[in-house]
Design a protein around this ligand. Sequence first.
Ligand code: ARG
Length: 460
Amino acid sequence: KETKLWGGRFEESVTDAVEKFTESISFDKELYKHDIMGSKAHASMLARQGLISASDRDSIIQGLDEIQRRIETGDFVWRTDREDVHMNIEAALTDLIGEPAKKLHTARSRNDQVLTDFRLWCRDAIDRIIVCIKNLQVALVSLALDNKELIVPGYTHLQRAQPVLLPHLLLAYVEQLERDAGRLIDCRVRLNFCPLGACALAGTGLPIDRFMTSDALGFTAPMRNSIDAVSDRDFVLEFLSANSITAVHLSRLGEEWVLWASEEFGFIIPSDSVSTGSSIMPQKKNPDPMELVRGKSARVIGDLVTLLTLCKGLPLAYNRDLQEDKEPVFDSVKTVMGMLEVSAEFAQNITFNHERIEKALPAGHLDATTLADYLVKKGMPFRTSHDIVGRSVALCVSKNCQLQDLSLDDMKSISPVFEEDVYEYLGVENSVKKFSSYGSTGCACVADQLEYWITKLEIS
Ligand code: ARG
């Protein structure tokens, strides 16, 4: 057995069970690129500070480039007995270039190294997720543009409420996604500080330059407190919280589309390319992708809860428990990106069933609130108009008709304030036209919103 990099004081080697239980290489190899990036910056800094020679630096950097090439061509063997990504790469570097490699870990611990890697990895992941968010926003706006004039029932309590334009409803999701991206950007700003040089926890007496490595790696500044630098995981908690909120938004979208695809609603027809069938019921066509978007939100929330629970009892500074922080993050990122991608794909592959929606629209007295506003415009107090329209609806229910089917005499029997012009307020088309407040479902307001997103998302 090879001696461990930390093996000096040990007389026995670890048991196979302990080796298998404590390894992290099976998952933290995901960090290899950022580990190499960090090591190269560290070696350059050590050389500039006179802690290693320029030729050692050059052979370290060339060796690390060669190792990266081997990893990327599948020509690298990850070894469990070398524990984690940091020691795998360092040991492989020693195999490759010999003596100079042994100087790389000067003024560095795996504790600050792993956090440097992890922060760099999360920073990249945030950038990738933001691209996916934008793609979904574009897909939703395109869907809105394809159905610009479509009126659909708006719901509260999942009961018919008021008529809304479909683009208005789709843009509500676009707004939520924008805040999701905003939360990630905020998180990115806060996480972009460099732990490298904090070493195990206390820093070092060697003359390192933490500002140089921080700059080289694109961080805003080195972290001020070395103990905080190796203990902190709140950047991860914040990242996973932001992902959880995104996942919950997508889950709600999933729920809505699953409902809309049902026979009972029938508002959308997903194409075959985004549907799956049943192994027993030959007629079935299910919206599985959106069901799984709803379902996978559970694991994203679970990943956050794992991390919160992991951190809650830990004293300062580094504890090995913290090695458990990586898999939930990798899982959360992979899952949220998949959810975003498949939601965009679903959006690109549904058609709205205009005929079915038009047929469904008259039910539910969606224009009742507009009618109450009509009476307000005639000078009636709102509470009174609410009551009068309520009684008009009751009359409709007893006659099994819609508000617009009532005769003027019928209406006048409830209130003399009704006049012939009331019919300009009834029916969903008329009703939608009456909305005019900022952010409302009125045609002009929705057109403004669409215009805003077309410009913002650079849709041509
Ligand atoms: N694999 C470890 C982790 O992910 C690296 C840090 C190990 N540090 C230590 N002192 N054993 O947390």
